[in-house]
Design a protein around this ligand. Structure first.
Ligand SMILES: O=C(CO)[C@@H](O)[C@H](O)[C@H](O)[C@H](O)COP(=O)(O)O
Ligand SMILES: [Zn+2]
Length: 190
């Protein structure tokens, strides 16, 4: 029997082979995110667990750098402020950890990238509902069948797989591509 690594690799490669079907959604999302930044808005990111790590990773590609040496862009992970997260979860509820940050930090014209492999995390759902009501563009980076977020977000990119880890691996590829598209759309860099 194949090793665990070879089985994971096989699953990963099979998934990669069907992701080309997502090209229209990824290209359109890159344009929408670039438009938010071009108009002076910021991009916020929220998600749980491994997706929380993706949030800070992708936000840092914007404020720091991705491929090109260019001006910093407005990316903000809502997953990294441990004081805000613990205060909101402790004093209100875990469902509110992203929502209250969106309310406090978000402005009409901003964007919120909601990352969830199930598409059903309650705190992410609530943040997207709040963001939409504030006039903030919402993009879901989702998995499985997109879950409730698939129907809720303005736009969604759904990785069609049942295993959380495989979905997360695809999310990082798509997230990196979105960063590249933002740079290209904005004509930034050398
Ligand atoms: O990274 C992993 C599994 O690979 C876990 O930490 C995973 O992110 C957590 O179970 C999350 O709470 C799952 O949330 P979601 O993707 O369904 O919104
Ligand atoms: Zn993980």
């Amino acid at each position: 029997m194949n090793s665990l690594f070879l089985r994971n690799l096989d699953e990963h490669l099979q998934l990669m082979q069907v992701l080309d079907a997502l090209d229209p959604q990824v290209s359109a999302a890159g344009k929408r995110l670039a438009a938010v930044l071009t108009a002076g808005g910021k991009l916020m990111f929220c998600g749980n667990g491994g997706s929380a790590a993706d949030c800070q990773h992708l936000a840092s590609e914007l404020t720091g750098r991705f491929i090109k040496d260019r001006r910093p862009l407005a990316g903000l992970a809502l997953t990294t402020d441990s004081s805000a997260l613990t205060c909101i979860a402790n004093d209100y509820s875990f469902e509110d950890v992203f929502t209250r940050q969106v309310q406090g930090l978000g402005r009409a014209g901003d964007g919120l990238v909601a990352i969830s492999t199930s598409g059903n995390s309650g705190n992410v759902l609530k943040a997207v509902e709040t963001a939409k009501a504030m006039g903030i563009y919402t993009l879901g980076l989702l998995g499985r069948d997109g879950g409730k977020l698939g129907a809720l977000c303005d736009d969604s990119i759904v990785v069609p797989h049942a295993i959380t880890a495989r979905i997360q691996e695809a999310h990082l590829l798509i997230g990196h591509t979105l960063c590249g598209l933002i740079e290209a759309e904005m004509g930034l860099g050398q």
